[in-house]
Ligand binder design. Structure first.
Ligand SMILES: Cc1cc2nc3c(=O)[nH]c(=O)nc-3n(C[C@H](O)[C@H](O)[C@H](O)COP(=O)(O)OP(=O)(O)OC[C@H]3O[C@@H](n4cnc5c(N)ncnc54)[C@H](O)[C@@H]3O)c2cc1C
Length: 378
């Protein structure tokens, strides 16, 4: 007999666990039986999540480190970013997984199942897994439609990176300031930069990042990371404690269109990763709050979750980067030079009004935006 639930959450990653935790906090869902299905037990630290927010936040008990100051560095500028009232926070995924799993294990209505879902049969309200079959009235699904790479209409670039968590023999880092983007060491004709999260005076996570239409080999990241550490940070001796690698889709592909009355796509699969930045941690929290309100007021869970205007701006920006990848440094320099960090965060959080958005657009103006606007329009 298939196992029966009210809701099934497919995927216990960022979106799946944030959703499950949010449902567990609300008495409205107390009587529902909810399964969380993933082939992975999520017992490794597979990601370092960073995000900004104003003041105290929901995950503060899990934060490894936070910063009130940042830097933006390009070949022509070196900016100090005073973030207050925002702060930039870092959280290890393993701390998040362990916390949410342990909280949910204290409940009687959340059930973790190790299985890989192969398909959902909506007519029979059934999810077919490799080990078992599951029935539910609604599915929240974090599986990505892998065909998206074949879609010819959308713009697809990748945020891909490798990070080294290093420990130095001397005290070299200013742990009060992180580096959002440093363009001084750049892969030719590309949007590529270094991102530095100092954890103490002798420890930091240093990531070499690309926003490009192409992926690259491991040796390229290694070369650029070691060059940055040696030539920019002037560090000769260090030990690599850990590494991190990742690829995040930066796209205007409408993943969320795969949602249906019985299946709500969530996380990356619900278009919750911001196309122009690859950030999704804080967006996920906000989208889930909206999704829960929708359910409680009898609406479709995914209704009105995405900001159409912001998706449109992101699509234009991505098209510019896709066609003129070498422009990245210039565009980000204008973005950070002509706007305050508070204006930037508000815009990226999709909380700005049209006039504020217009100011940002003017501040970044390049004729290629007009071409991309027209390309995306027709
Ligand atoms: C290395 C890395 C670092 C990142 N850093 C940041 C950051 O600093 N800040 C930020 O905002 N964003 C960051 N992101 C982007 C984004 O936040 C993450 O990708 C985020 O994990 C997306 O959430 P998700 O739930 O969609 O996907 P995931 O967290 O990847 O979860 C998806 C889950 O679905 C499961 N799954 C897949 N297929 C099946 C199946 N068939 N059946 C059942 N389960 C399945 C997977 O095992 C996985 O556990 C980062 C991404 C990466 C890769």
């Amino acid at each position: 007999m298939p196992q029966k639930f009210d809701y099934i959450i497919i995927g216990s990653g960022l979106a799946g666990l944030q959703l499950a935790y949010r449902l567990s906090e609300d008495p409205f869902f107390q009587k529902l039986q909810i399964a969380i299905i993933d082939p992975s037990a999520k017992d490794t630290n597979d990601k370092t999540w960073c995000f900004w927010e104003k003041g105290d936040g929901k995950w503060d008990n899990l934060i490894t480190k936070s910063w009130d100051h940042g830097k933006f560095i390009s070949t022509e500028t070196n900016l100090d970013l005073e973030l207050k009232p925002y702060s930039y926070k870092m959280l290890k995924s393993i701390d998040f997984y362990n916390f949410v799993k342990s909280e949910l294990k204290n409940t009687s209505n959340f059930h973790f199942i190790l299985d890989e879902i192969i398909e959902i049969d909506e007519d029979n309200s059934t999810a077919l897994g490799k080990n078992d079959t599951y029935i539910a009235t609604h599915f929240f699904d974090s599986r990505i439609d892998s065909d998206y790479l074949e879609d010819s209409k959308s713009t697809k670039i990748f945020q891909h990176f490798k990070g080294l968590h290093i420990k130095t023999s001397a005290s070299v880092f200013d742990e009060s300031t992180f580096t959002m983007m440093d363009f001084r060491i750049k892969f030719p004709d590309s949007t590529s930069f270094t991102y530095v999260l100092p954890l103490s005076e002798d420890e930091a996570l240093i990531e070499y990042t690309f926003f490009t239409p192409f992926l690259t080999e491991e040796s390229i990241y290694n070369t650029y990371l070691h060059t940055y550490i040696k030539e920019i940070l002037k560090i000769e001796e260090y030990e690599i404690i850990d590494t991190e690698k990742g690829v995040i889709p930066m796209t205007d592909y409408a993943f969320h269109k795969a949602s249906s009355p019985k299946v709500t796509k969530i996380g990356t699969a619900g278009s919750w990763v911001k196309g122009s930045t690859g950030y999704s941690f804080k967006h996920t929290e906000k989208k889930i709050a909206q999704l829960v309100e929708n359910i409680k007021s009898g609406k479709e869970p995914q209704g009105n979750i995405l900001n159409v205007r912001s998706r449109w701006y992101d699509a234009i920006f991505l098209d510019v980067l896709n066609r003129n990848n070498e422009l990245g440094e210039q565009l980000f320099t204008k973005f950070y030079t002509n706007n305050t960090p508070q204006e930037i965060f508000k815009y990226l959080d999709e909380e700005t009004a049209i006039l504020e958005e217009l100011k940002i657009m003017i501040s970044m103006y390049h004729s290629e935006f007009i071409r991309s606007f027209l390309r995306k329009l027709f």
